[in-house]
Design a protein around this ligand. Structure first.
Ligand SMILES: [Zn+2]
Length: 303
């Protein structure tokens, strides 16, 4: 038997099949379409499966109410707003399925099969346009009593005084969010406007002092965020991924060095780079799909 993970991305959708033991059986990338088109593509993928597919999970890039699977707002896939995608796909595919927030799926995959494999207590930080965080305990995300746990991007750790989209000043996101790095570089007199994280890193590599200063501020803020995570959560391991972490020499490595220097009472856990890359979301979704089936089986057995 196998379980299907669907990573429903803005332009491409990844389909990935895992067996009972979590081993990957098949994978395919298709262009992103409507939910009905996704159902068609998933149906063809399932028909070609070497073993019967019993359940699925689909990622949602946006806000998701975990109690009913309804999408609040998805910036890239607006047709999902107010819709319960797993419910509709479930009818089309004739099998149980759930929706999972995309960041959560990626964090679950990194914690279980990627850099966090074997730990069971991993805090995952994803440095993208926005900053996502998730505490994955024994393979599941600890969301907190009100679903707000893990919001490491909105912990004020930077000295820049910049007002964040959340209303606070100096959030981690204002210092190291992909777009924010470009803005901070502009404020320091960069000739280029509308630059992104990669531009800032390339400029720093070429010796641009303003870009180096921006990345130093970013690493310092990330170092404080790592200290805060260890002070509040004390995980066995911190895993850092996302586009901005792809230049660890400018971001994660100096951040860990800052954290070690500034630590007082803190017990710093090991900090590792994420290892699964672009398939993390689909892999995590497949793991969630397998869990759905395990829970359903347990319920039947209890009955
Ligand atoms: Zn904020």
């Amino acid at each position: 038997m196998s379980a299907l993970g669907i990573d429903y991305g803005g332009t491409h959708t990844k389909l990935l099949l895992v067996d009972d033991g979590g081993a990957v059986l098949a994978r395919e990338t298709v262009p992103t379409g409507t939910l009905a088109e996704l159902g068609g593509a998933a149906g063809r993928f399932i028909d070609a499966s070497p073993t019967p597919v019993r359940s699925f999970a689909v990622t949602v890039a946006g806000t998701l109410d975990p109690s009913n699977g309804v999408v609040g707002r998805s910036a890239n896939l607006p047709w999902l707003n107010g819709v319960a995608p797993a419910e509709l796909l479930s009818e089309q595919l004739a099998m149980p399925g759930v929706a999972v927030q995309d960041g959560e799926a990626g964090a679950i995959a990194e914690a279980r099969f990627g850099a966090g494999r074997g730990s069971g207590d991993v805090f995952v930080i994803v440095l993208g346009t926005g900053i996502a965080g998730a505490h994955v305990l024994k393979g599941s995300v600890h969301r907190g009593a009100h679903g707000g746990a893990g919001e490491i991007g909105h912990v004020p750790v930077a000295d820049n005084g910049v007002r964040c989209s959340c209303g606070q000043r100096g959030c981690l996101e204002t210092a190291i969010g992909g777009q924010q790095l470009g803005l901070r570089w502009s404020e320091r007199g960069a000739e280029r406007q509308d630059s992104n994280a990669r531009d800032v890193v390339e400029a720093a590599d070429a010796g641009d002092e303003a870009a180096v200063a921006v990345l130093d501020d970013a690493a310092r803020a990330l170092g404080r965020a790592i200290l805060n995570v260890s002070a509040v959560v004390d995980p066995a391991l911190i895993v850092v991924g996302g586009g901005v972490a792809r230049s660890p020499e400018w971001t994660v490595e100096p951040a860990v060095a800052h954290a070690r220097t500034e630590a007082t009472f803190h017990v710093l856990p090991e900090v590792k780079l994420a290892s699964l890359g672009v398939w993390a979301g689909a892999r995590g979704a497949a793991a969630v799909a397998a869990d759905v089936l395990a829970r359903a089986g347990a319920a039947v057995n209890r009955g």
